[in-house]
Design a protein around this ligand. Sequence first.
Ligand SMILES: Nc1nc2c(c(=O)[nH]1)N[C@H]1C(S)=C(S)[C@@H](COP(=O)(O)OP(=O)(O)OC[C@H]3O[C@@H](n4cnc5c(=O)[nH]c(N)nc54)[C@H](O)[C@@H]3O)O[C@H]1N2
Ligand SMILES: Nc1nc2c(c(=O)[nH]1)N[C@H]1C(S)=C(S)[C@@H](COP(=O)(O)OP(=O)(O)OC[C@H]3O[C@@H](n4cnc5c(=O)[nH]c(N)nc54)[C@H](O)[C@@H]3O)O[C@H]1N2
Ligand code: SF4
Ligand SMILES: [Mo]
Length: 837
Amino acid sequence: MKEVRTTCAYCGVGCGIRATVTGARSVTIKGDAVHPANFGKLCSKGTHLGETVGLEGRLLHPMLGDQQVSWDTALEAVADKMRDCIERHGPDSVAFYVSGQLLTEDYYAANKLMKGFVGSANIDTNSRLCMASAVAAHTRAFGEDIVPVTYDDLDEADLILLVGSNTAWCHPVIWQRIEAAREARGTKIVVIDPRRTETAEQADLHVPVLPDGDVALFGALLDDMVRRGLAPGDDHSSEHGVSPDVFAALADIVAENPRMVTVFSMGANQSVAGTDKGNAIINLHIATGRINAPGMGPFSMTGQPNAMGGREVGGLANMLACHLGFSNAERTDVAAFWQTDRLSAAPGLKAVDMFRAVHEGRIKFLWVMATNPAVSMPDAGFVREALARCETVVVSDVIADTDTARFAHIRLPALGWGEKDGTVTNSERRISRQRALFAAPGEARADWSIIADVAARLGHGDAFAWQSAAGVFREYAAMTALAVKHGKVLNLTAKAAVSDAEYEAMEPFIWGGRHPMAGREMRHVSVEARKRAFDPDFPLRLNTGRYRDQWHTMTRTGLAPTLSQHRREPLLEVHPADAVAAGVVHGALAMVMTASGQSTFRVCVTDAQARGQAFVPMHWTDAMASGGRGNLLLDQAVDPISGQPGFKDNACRIAPVPSEWRAFLVSAEAVTPSGLVWWSRSRVAGGWLHELAGNGAVDAEALLPHGDRVEAVDLVRGMRRVAVLDGDGAFAAGLYVTRGGQLPDRDWIAGQLGSALLPVPEMLAARPSTPAPDRGAMVCVCHGIGANQILAAIESGAGTVAAVGQACAAGTNCGSCRPAIARLLRTSNEELTEMAQ
Ligand SMILES: Nc1nc2c(c(=O)[nH]1)N[C@H]1C(S)=C(S)[C@@H](COP(=O)(O)OP(=O)(O)OC[C@H]3O[C@@H](n4cnc5c(=O)[nH]c(N)nc54)[C@H](O)[C@@H]3O)O[C@H]1N2
Ligand SMILES: Nc1nc2c(c(=O)[nH]1)N[C@H]1C(S)=C(S)[C@@H](COP(=O)(O)OP(=O)(O)OC[C@H]3O[C@@H](n4cnc5c(=O)[nH]c(N)nc54)[C@H](O)[C@@H]3O)O[C@H]1N2
Ligand code: SF4
Ligand SMILES: [Mo]
């Protein structure tokens, strides 16, 4: 068995993994103890990567429409369409929309083709939705997109401010590192977030800022430091919504702890004031001298595994490669390096504008790589219209049937994690190798080589003649000499001559050193607290974001039974008072409506939401549910400097969605029902669990597979249950319907799919004749431990997270659930009952 050292597929923490290949498509995953990003730790998503490497749903062959074609035919078609568009309508009629989930080598190739040889800068990336505000803030303050700290600074800080970051869910290994610092040196943790997240619950202080109140809050903090003599300057304040008591506590803790790191992510970046939020944070660090020394500095955390690498090689429409801009001097050097006379003259369209140009027909050819904009762009209904109108849509993906791929004229099968080879750069500027574990499935190919082949067909073969990912990397590393020439920090020239073998063996390394801004010029940038207008028709403020165990549009994590347990459905989280006012009930369905669209969600009433605010996840797609589509609800407003959408503050209202019956269906195959009020599905070990709601008769025929049936009906109680046996008499599917009553627990019966020996009464009751105790809502997915089991451990005396672990193993593997266990330890019995139901 072969062990391969690689890097996690998911977030920007960039954890090192030791993967042992155990079969054609199976692998065991362990943290890499010597990787400096994680020292052996992994969160739930990394730990369960093995569940996502099967070939279910994969795109394995090039497709022209629904027709499987050869690579030659597909690549010729792509090149033909591009050439035709460029000739007839000019270079700006074509565009690439790419992703922080490409490797640096793929990204470099895509950028070189578009900006260097098509001659348009119409290449933008989903990093526009993610990091663009931080990039702009860095550039304004530092003259370059530089993160001026590393993870070591988290270890050595006395105070960590987390701004708009649900670190415990989204960067769990960083969260564990922060907790370790608290353990070791008493580091204080402050969370600035309108919601009381699991991260906020663990903090020493939670500051429930108003949506987009951050610029004002950091302005007020700076004023306070000026008043205390801790920073030069003068006073000016505006509305941040934080109570005077909480603000005073925040100001005291900040004043007392010069060794302060401010971590910021999407609650800062994804705002119409995102760039100013970044600069407000950086201003405070510069003014108080809290930068360029151990344990201090502003720290923008990246989201995707290669968000940072994409920024290095110019994935954003407003940059050239190697941190260079579009000045004459920079353009001249880039054109000379690439030996091209077609280099784009000016920045291209940023994501939101790009899709607008597609909608208006100005862009006629769009190539989407490694991202799912039909789900993840704001105003996703508009984006779908744009895709539907576009003359040619090419999609490179690993999955055959994403919501975006449905609009594709040409689909190109890409290598995915575990198959592809190359480099990624994490949040602290550390470059690590991703290495292949498996042979390429079907006809899938590396993104960079697909791009290079299209370039060759367009007549640019010489500039794209790489033989391997190593060749692309060498060229990029050599090109950073231009960054150095133009006074930038980015410098990989030492790697420009690595041999293939050295590239293969390359150890993780950081560019720029630990404090790259030390001794360099830094600027205070004046900022403005921008607010969205209030609309009485839409009195609630809608916030969106992530769940602990799902990744973005669920094309991969949605296939993992273990990860699906944490949150099976897309929830609308609302404060109890707002729920009462709107007449929506915990556990029922509700519609969220905005000026842009509407979508249905399962209601979760919780005082973790502030009054007047609602929260929905970004993850669900048409493939997984009939509703839960957060991005249908969001408008196209962007930050004026960065072009990043304001994903976290849209105006909405909510209303109940009644249904005559509710049901769930477990079946080996996924079902996509029609004509219902609601359906959603999630993965279980032997198949799928569907939640259903509808009016009128229940069409069991349409929902259930063929086979022998057993049925139980109780007309008085409005109950109906149908189980289906396959040819061997094994349990193949079960439908459980109620009109107004209770439905049985899903876990046990879902676990019986495929079971040959299941007695019919148990099938219909959906529980064993001697029921095991209900374990409650899943908390620890690694060990399969539910809330009720953890409560039992607490009741029998376990008083700490560690003691709970000793009693029932919960929280002892990846640790992603430790904040949830801590919450169970703290909260009152009433709340526990609600969570466990
Ligand atoms: N489990 C999981 N982890 C992930 C991902 C995933 O999909 N799933 N995706 C990765 C990616 S690409 C990214 S970008 C990161 C994102 O990581 P995070 O930024 O931590 O995630 P989000 O949930 O988008 O948003 C963070 C918080 O911002 C808060 N917020 C909203 N509005 C405001 C505001 O006005 N001010 C402040 N201060 N806070 C606000 C929200 O309430 C939310 O709790 O996660 C990465 N890691
Ligand atoms: N409402 C709301 N919307 C948001 C956000 C939010 O907080 N709220 N966050 C935004 C942010 S920060 C981000 S980063 C985006 C993420 O949004 P997306 O980028 O759309 O999300 P993913 O599901 O990660 O899409 C990645 C796609 O690439 C495919 N893929 C995976 N690996 C490869 C590969 O190696 N090659 C190729 N060619 N394809 C591959 C996957 O199957 C998947 O279809 O969403 C943004 N949208
Ligand atoms: S924190 Fe989790 S998702 Fe992020 S890189 Fe590490 S293991 Fe992967
Ligand atoms: Mo992101």
